[in-house]
Design a binder for this molecule. Sequence first.
Ligand code: 3HC
Length: 707
Amino acid sequence: MAEDALVRFENLGGIGVITIDNPPVNALSPGVPEGIVEAVERGNADPTIKAMVLIGAGRSFIAGADIRQFGTRRPPPVPGTRTHEVLDASAKPVVAAIHGYALGGGLEIALASHYRVAVPSAKVGLPEVLIGILPGSGGTQRLPRLIGPKAAMEMIVSGRHVPAEEAKGLGIIDELVAESADLRQAAIAMARCVADTRPLPRIRDRDDRLADSKTEPGLFDAMRKSIARRARNQKAPYHCIAAVEAACSMPFDEGTQRERELFDELENSAEARALRYAFFAEREVAKLPDIPRETPLRPIETAAIVGAGTMGGGIAMSFAEFGFPVKLLEVSQEALDRGLQRIRSNYETSVRRGSLTEAEMERRLKLIEPVRSFDDIARCDVVVEAVFERIPVKEEVFKKLDEVMKPGALLYTNTSGIDIDIMANATKRPQDVAGTHFFAPANVMKLFEVVKGTKSAPDTLATGMALGRKIGKISAMAGNGDGFVANRSRGPFGIEMNIMIEEGALPEQVDKVMVDFGYPIGPFATADLSGLDIGYDSRQRRTAENPNYRKMPIADLLVESGRLGQKTGAGWFRYEKGDRTPHPDPKVARMIKEKAKELGIEQRSFSDEEILHRLLFASVNEACKILEEGKAYRASDIDVMWLNGFGFPRYRGGLMYWADGIGVPEVYRQIAAWHQRYGERWAPALLLRQLAETGTPLREAKPGRAM
Ligand code: 3HC
């Protein structure tokens, strides 16, 4: 086999070393499975080979099937020739040597091998469910035989990556070798050790671990019940359970056949297509068309946050979670103490709930260093300003940062809407300034919007994007402008939900429609959770700036009558003491009715579809305006923002992907009709009209001039 082959075979002293070399992650693209099969057959045919090692070149073992191949026409597999079947039939032992990732089809190959050795940093998993399918190469049949149906189902239904140490405990990995050891040598040594072991340990032949399903017959129904809320509207998680159930009730070959049938039902399902789209959209978003990929990044080893309020504290927690030491600055000792106390109590809640260990809490708290003077942060590589959302306060901080920070330090501002240039122009180094917009709660929400100021240097932006990824976020670039991209595109949704209430819809109806659609929580319940006073204050500010600003009289009335949301036990809904469940409140219905009467707004009923379309089409239209103005690179970036910032159901792909499913001409027709009926706020984006006329999907829209 040639040096540049996808799969290489070497005879190293009687051990056949099979190396998969398909960068970047050794996905099983066409040629790779065939190469592995050929190599295993070659090893079996060569009398000088005693055993084999399967290893990945580069940074990983095998990250799974090539996702780009799904949904394309492929010849059906010839029975008996698939990688896992050929490994099963191998007369000589095969040792899988795992580093980086063994995911999906990659772990399935390792499970069809006879032994598994890994380094501690490796991760294994069957994440197929996350792209709307199930493990289709025997994973649902072998894993339960190896670790029992309960643990297997938990892994398969969650799709989580299991660290090697835990995988060893579960019995997936036979041996761990030190990180510093040469994995290949260690695997070769193991292969020599087991070369003469017969019979070969084949997972397919085991059934001792399947006994759990007999002793706990309600296991599968209990699992179905436990995922009912999270998995609503989806098929894949249920098919995963059915496949494991088949492993427990059928002989191996029949179970594998059942797994294949279930897999085939999913591969082209709407949810699988949407989830594949989301997978690639989240990778595409990292690509910045106007900034060269090779732009050198600035160092970001030492970081500081200015402001220990709710946002600043949440940002500090994000850094600490990923092992970054971070200085947290508040000039007043009292504010600093309050901020630290809030962080500690957030952690303590997680410890109480069991999602964080006490030791991990202490480790993270140690990483957050409270400081009170700007001089204490002067040597940091990066500063994230997270002070009060008022222009003069932020300007003051940037003047101070400009005075003290070392040359080349990155100066980021966390704002949800203030013009980045104002902060940049408060310094003599506007090239080092950009926006980094965290979403509340900052330590939980994945979205991280990097906002480009007029003078932001390319490396300031590229490093901002990398910083977000380092702290576990999904970074997305946005142009500067009111609300940037995410909040601006969400804005009209917020307006329409209020206007529909004036016209006769009830909060509970709107929330039900959106929860049925797939949101984890309805928009009115979300507003209650955040506090209705936030929107109220911003409306007051906007009305003062612009007398034509559309007022929200009912939302204002709630706040003015003391209903601020969950924190006051009443908002759009009412809440029982100590309980977060929203209950419809007849008082709110009455308040709505009376206010609408006073305003002379005619009341009518709404269909669920009208509610859904009113909310989402309004945002699609705004998103088109954003693209038209060149404030976002791609429609798919906006989808990534909605998936990670606003709880849009992932299995629907994102706002724009969903709208493409309805069809741009239909979306345009409806928006144009609402324009006639409701006036200016529904004026269709020019870009939307053009796309409708040319039959071009939103996903293929070319944005306006560069950001
Ligand atoms: N197929 C095709 N391309 C893949 C891929 C896959 N399975 N996994 C990663 N890639 C590509 C990415 O698109 C990206 O391409 P780009 O550079 O052109 O944007 C590149 O590889 C690097 O990927 P990441 O940026 O995601 O790299 P990370 O280091 O951040 O993450 C990873 C690595 C954890 C392996 C992550 O890529 C991942 O989760 N991959 C998908 C794993 C997966 O779902 N495997 C199961 C596939 S389905 C299957 O195996 C079916 C079987 O049961 C029959």
